[in-house]
Ligand binder design. Structure first.
Ligand code: AMP
Ligand code: MG
Length: 396
């Protein structure tokens, strides 16, 4: 199996083909799944002042066990009207600023409030400072909250919004074209003549790229014709950062991606990876566009898109860690020894244990529907037993 590129080397070469795309400023409503192109640094303390964490009464701890005179109330949204003095309490609600002079909050369940008199009926606060969110307990002005390259999850968006920022600087997303190739392919739902099949990879790749690239990507389709393919590739390269072809990546008489890349004036960077499925993967440049040629078998297309296409578009969009994370879990079924290429077995992770799916042939589609992990079997790995640990990638 000499001449096949190890997966990691191919991944490095692929992202070395182009630098991440530029930066743009966006609103929070657009931020989900984007990657920061600048650190988010806090512009303010959070909380900006000590706040009550409960509904109750602000008091001076030294005045315990009371009683107190209630001199007014304060709620979230505006500062208290006045400070409290010795023997005084102020009604306070969650999120309200603490009045000057107060250092503790008693929860309302622990007191009886009658006219303007307040008496302790429960255990009381116990310690000075109880039920108070102290200033900057969450973060302080100047703290780096989210470093460059962070993926903006809902939680990260919450932190960014609380930082005081009004917009976010994020990496521009790649303009991607999907080009499915094959005389046998018909758009899903259209009538099929004998020998034809629905183009499932186009729909699958559009779905995989949703939210990862610039706009929705509708697949183009062309027949197995080298001349047309070269023409279309050239045309697409002018308007896209990445062109993904599917099918025609191998060495058959009807596999034209490699030849068409040459004809179009492109440059091959690598071809053929030490992996199964997915060996015939092609990468090259055509003008400023990266050409990634995925093999056509549905499982091969899925695995290579997971390991190469998604990391590539995430890298171009500014991701700090574009590669899928490798996890480890015990096997729920034995595993035969590894072969001459690294296997990415479609598998299910259930209750913390991994089971390879029945039907690992690369032409199968149905196992993709229920797999939630890619189980990694290294080249020449010894056979493994139930309970042995194995590496996997999450593919929800
Ligand atoms: P190829 O890589 O073109 O040799 O295709 C390998 C296998 O994958 C063949 O059986 C093709 O019919 C099938 N195939 C290629 N492209 C697609 C596609 N877009 N959707 C579903 N199957 C495909
Ligand atoms: Mg084909």
């Amino acid at each position: 199996m000499s001449g096949l590129l190890p997966v990691e080397e191919a991944q490095s070469r692929l992202i070395a083909l182009r630098a991440p795309l530029g930066s743009e400023n966006i609103a929070f409503s657009e931020a989900l799944g984007r990657y920061l192109s600048e650190d988010v640094v806090a512009l303010r303390d959070q909380p900006a002042a000590p706040l009550s964490a409960m509904d109750g009464y602000a008091i001076r701890f030294d005045d315990l066990p009371g009683p107190w005179t209630v001199i007014g109330e304060t709620a979230a949204g505006a500062p208290p009207a006045r400070p409290i003095g010795p023997g005084e309490a102020m009604r306070i609600f969650t999120g309200a600023m603490l009045p000057a002079g107060a250092d503790t909050v008693i929860v309302q369940e622990d007191v009886a409030h009658d006219a303007d008199m307040l008496r302790l009926t429960g255990d009381g606060p116990g310690t000075r400072g109880r039920h108070i969110r102290s200033q900057a307990a969450d973060f302080a002005a100047g703290d780096c909250l989210l470093p460059t390259g962070t993926r903006l999850t809902p939680g990260a968006i919450a932190a960014a919004a609380m930082s005081g920022a009004g917009q976010l600087a994020v990496g521009r997303r790649a303009r991607v074209a999907i080009l499915t190739t094959g005389d046998e392919l018909v758009q899903p739902g259209h009538p099929l003549a004998p020998g034809q099949i629905p183009d499932s990879n186009g729909a699958m790749l559009s779905a995989m790229l949703a939210g990862e690239v610039d706009g929705p990507v509708l697949p183009h389709h062309i027949r197995d014709d080298r001349e047309t393919l070269a023409k279309v590739l050239k045309e697409l390269a002018r308007r896209h950062d990445v062109i993904v072809t599917v099918g025609g990546a191998s060495v058959g008489d009807h596999d034209h991606v490699r030849g068409a890349l040459d004809d179009a004036g492109g440059r091959l960077d690598f071809w053929k990876i030490a992996m199964r499925p997915g060996k015939p993967l092609i990468a090259g440049m055509l003008g400023d566009a990266i050409l990634l040629g995925l093999p056509g078998n549905p499982s091969s297309a899925f695995v290579t898109a997971t390991l190469f296409l998604l990391p590539l578009v995430r890298y171009l969009a500014g991701a700090r860690e574009p590669l899928p994370a490798v996890h480890r879990a015990p096997l729920a079924a034995p595993l035969a020894e590894g072969g001459g290429r690294r296997d990415y077995l479609r598998a299910r992770l259930e209750q913390g244990r991994l089971t390879p799916m029945i039907g690992q042939e690369s032409g199968r589609t149905l196992p993709l529907a229920s797999a939630n992990a890619l189980l990694i079997r290294e080249i020449g790995a010894p056979p493994r037993n139930v309970g042995d640990a194995a590496d996997y990638l999450v593919i929800a």
